[in-house]
Design a protein around this ligand. Structure first.
Ligand SMILES: Nc1nc2c(ncn2[C@@H]2O[C@H](COP(=O)(O)OP(=O)(O)OP(=O)(O)O)[C@@H](O)[C@H]2O)c(=O)[nH]1
Ligand SMILES: [Mg+2]
Length: 226
């Protein structure tokens, strides 16, 4: 709250990072964007959203504040204090493609080259929508990795990715971790969610911890020299 009050007066001091939301039509991308971008400062869609014919962009503040976890006893002994985790507030923009824009693949290179993280969304009831994520992410990954001059698309250091399975409420039981699923292949975190539940990303939940970790990694990616 204190950040917003100070920084609303001088928002130019806040860096912005950009998250691309990808997935088949109807999987829940817009509902998920609503959840991700909701905050006490921006409780209504109109207070945080701009749109054009191709994209709907929702914006909120993200407080970068990674939790320090020592890797082992040696690191604990070496460091008397955890590294500075005082936090820094950034704007985060969530780019959600409008359905009508799905068909006409316009010149999106310009946007893709500014992306700092990708959320891949699929419907837990329709595993074909998970398979299709490979196609969705290919174009953006090519652009992002060219921008960063990375030779391979999915080397160990690719742009941060979060996988989200939606429609959890429609399943009789929570699915087991499926080895071979896209999150596992990408080494990415996965969140299973009911996007219609306004508390699905509430404070203290494991879902929110995963989302925060992903957003922090995207800030790291943005800050890294190209
Ligand atoms: N039960 C349930 N319904 C959901 C969930 N997520 C989305 N929906 C519903 O699924 C429909 C499609 O959701 P959207 O968020 O519009 O999906 P989208 O991916 O943005 O779709 P397009 O923009 O048309 O490609 C809507 O009727 C939502 O209310 C979920 O987790 N559970
Ligand atoms: Mg949509």
């Amino acid at each position: 709250m204190k950040y917003f009050q100070q920084d609303l007066q001088r928002p130019k001091h806040l860096a912005t990072f950009r998250i691309l939301i990808l997935g088949d039509p109807g999987v829940g991308k817009t509902c998920l964007s609503n959840l991700l971008a909701n905050s006490p400062m921006t409780p209504t869609r109109s207070s945080r959203t701009v749109s054009d014919s191709e994209w709907t962009v929702q914006v909120r503040l993200h407080d970068y504040n990674p939790i320090w976890e020592p890797e082992g006893p040696e690191e604990l002994e070496e460091l008397e204090e955890p590294p500075d985790a005082s936090g820094a507030v950034h704007f985060v923009e969530f780019y959600d493609m409008n359905r009508a824009a799905n068909e006409c693949r316009g010149a999106r290179k310009h946007l893709y080259r500014k992306i700092d993280g990708i959320v891949l969304v699929y419907n837990l009831q329709d595993m074909e929508t998970q398979d299709n994520l490979h196609d969705w992410m290919y174009g953006p990954l090519v652009e992002i990795s060219q921008q960063r001059k990375h030779k391979r698309l999915l080397n160990s250091h690719h742009v941060p990715i979060l996988v989200v399975g939606t429609m959890l409420d429609r399943l009789a039981e929570r699915p087991p971790n499926r080895r071979g699923a896209i999150a596992h292949q990408l080494g990415a975190e996965e969140v299973l969610i009911n996007c219609l539940d306004p508390h699905a990303l509430a404070k203290g939940t494991r879902n929110l911890a995963k989302v925060s970790h992903f957003l922090n990694s995207s800030v790291d990616w943005m800050r890294e020299p190209e």
